[in-house]
Write a protein that binds this ligand. Structure first.
Ligand SMILES: [Ca+2]
Ligand SMILES: [Ca+2]
Length: 167
């Protein structure tokens, strides 16, 4: 015949075995309790320091140079007007960021650079990443999409009617 304590020892679950628990919960057994805490602490340290920091971000600069006219040779705005520039950048880690406002290319309300073919943008983003870049001419009613395409930090990319350099 097994005593209750022996049965518990024989059938104690694997986790309890790992943590040094003798089967029955023994709040007075400080030695085992201490071992459990040490194991949890070691696991916590491994979790916190064992993986790369996921939220690391750099300030990146995006220089945009737009051609003098649309692909159909019309000017960007009425009366030979220069475009009013804004951008949206997106990738999986960043989500979508539009500068200076809005959450999609169509919803941007203000330009970062008014009546200009050149504009510099800066934002905080994960470094050495590839971004989908949308270059926008902000208009009163419907924004013109100057171009949309992928570009990596460190490269200059032809995106629609714009050159985009991400530094
Ligand atoms: Ca326009
Ligand atoms: Ca304009």
């Amino acid at each position: 015949m097994y005593t209750l304590h022996q049965i518990n020892l024989k059938y104690r679950p694997p986790l309890a075995k790992l943590l040094g628990n003798k089967g029955i919960y023994q709040p007075w057994d400080f030695r085992n309790l201490f071992r459990s805490y040490v194991l949890c602490l070691v696991l916590l340290v491994l979790i916190v320091f064992g993986f790369p920091e996921p939220s690391h971000a750099d300030i990146i600069t995006v220089d945009v140079a737009v051609e003098q006219s649309k692909y159909n040779n019309e000017s960007w705005d009425v009366l030979n007007g220069a475009p009013d520039l804004a951008i949206c950048l997106s990738n999986q880690r960043l989500g979508t960021v539009c500068i200076p406002d809005g959450s999609t290319p169509d919803s941007i309300k203000n330009p970062n650079c008014s009546n200009s073919y050149l504009c510099r943008f800066s934002l905080s983003a994960p470094p050495n990443a590839e971004f989908k870049v949308s270059v926008v001419d902000v208009d009163v009613m419907f924004n013109d999409i100057i171009g949309a395409g992928w570009c990596r930090q460190g490269m200059t990319c032809e995106i629609g009617q714009a050159k985009v350099a991400i530094k």
